[in-house]
Design a protein around this ligand. Structure first.
Ligand SMILES: NC(=O)c1ccc[n+]([C@@H]2O[C@H](COP(=O)([O-])OP(=O)(O)OC[C@H]3O[C@@H](n4cnc5c(N)ncnc54)[C@H](O)[C@@H]3O)[C@@H](O)[C@H]2O)c1
Length: 220
């Protein structure tokens, strides 16, 4: 996106984006600028001019490809909204998450990790710097980290949760088995792979029961 976008165009982007999302949900693959114009109540010349700031997005006689356009606008609208995520506890699980680092989503990234292990403090793991726990609050504030992934042993988790909330973190993805009482403005997402697996086992078992019931029925 080379050219600066006029403010009026920028203000229309969320309108285009919302309607394109609606079209995509409805299974529509392409749309003409006239159709789009009627739907969003913006005249088609303005739409074409708005879109021209982003290069040729439509094809003559074909209109606009909904998926492509939506993807394009999603990226533009989100590009300044990179969510900076920190991770505390770079052990077995923490390392796996750093390796993964949400590669499929360019707006989410683990930007900083923290640990007490002096062997890894000061190193960079897969592009992610590992800081000492002494730097926790300072880095959260400097890097405007809003979300922390918690992958430490449970006996130290409570103190860390207090510290990160005090430092201004708004979301915690908690992998430890502990459950925390947090202020209303903080959200905790508990992740438990054992639970997930048990749920899966439950569904498989109950499906099999259904299948057995059904085969009994057929044999009668
Ligand atoms: N929810 C799940 O599905 C799931 C799956 C696996 C592990 N876990 C949980 O995740 C946590 C980590 O498991 P793991 O196997 O990676 O353990 P691990 O021992 O391999 O890693 C723990 C890491 O935390 C660091 N650490 C210890 N004390 C710390 C402190 N005070 N501050 C900062 N870092 C500290 C250690 O140095 C180590 O690097 C455990 O609580 C475990 O129960 C949950």
């Amino acid at each position: 996106m080379a050219k600066e976008i006029p403010k009026a165009t920028a203000l229309r982007l969320p309108i285009y984006h919302r309607y394109l999302r609606f079209l995509q949900h409805a299974g529509k693959k392409r749309i003409s600028s006239t159709e789009l114009s009627e739907a969003v109540k913006v005249d088609s010349a303005t739409i074409r001019r708005d879109f021209s700031y982003f290069g040729a997005l439509g094809k003559r006689g074909y209109g606009y490809d909904v998926d492509h356009l939506l993807d394009f606008f999603s990226r533009i609208l989100n590009q300044d909204r990179l969510t900076s995520v920190g991770l505390v506890g770079v052990g077995n699980l923490g390392n796996a998450l750093i390796n993964y680092n949400f590669r499929k989503n360019s707006n989410i990234r683990i930007g900083a990790a923290f640990d007490v292990n002096t062997d890894i403090i000061g190193t960079i793991q897969r592009g992610v710097p590992v800081y000492s726990m002494d730097e926790l609050e300072e880095q959260i504030q400097q890097q405007q980290i809003e979300i922390i992934i918690l992958s430490v042993p449970q006996d130290v988790a409570g103190d860390i949760v207090n510290r990160i909330i005090e430092a201004g973190v708004k979301g915690i993805m908690n992998f430890t088995p502990l459950r925390f009482d947090v202020p209303r403005n903080v959200r905790v997402q508990n992740v438990d792979l054992t639970n997930e697996l048990q749920t899966l086992i439950y569904f498989i078992d109950s499906n099999m029961d259904d299948a057995e019931d059904f085969s009994d029925f057929e044999n009668k």
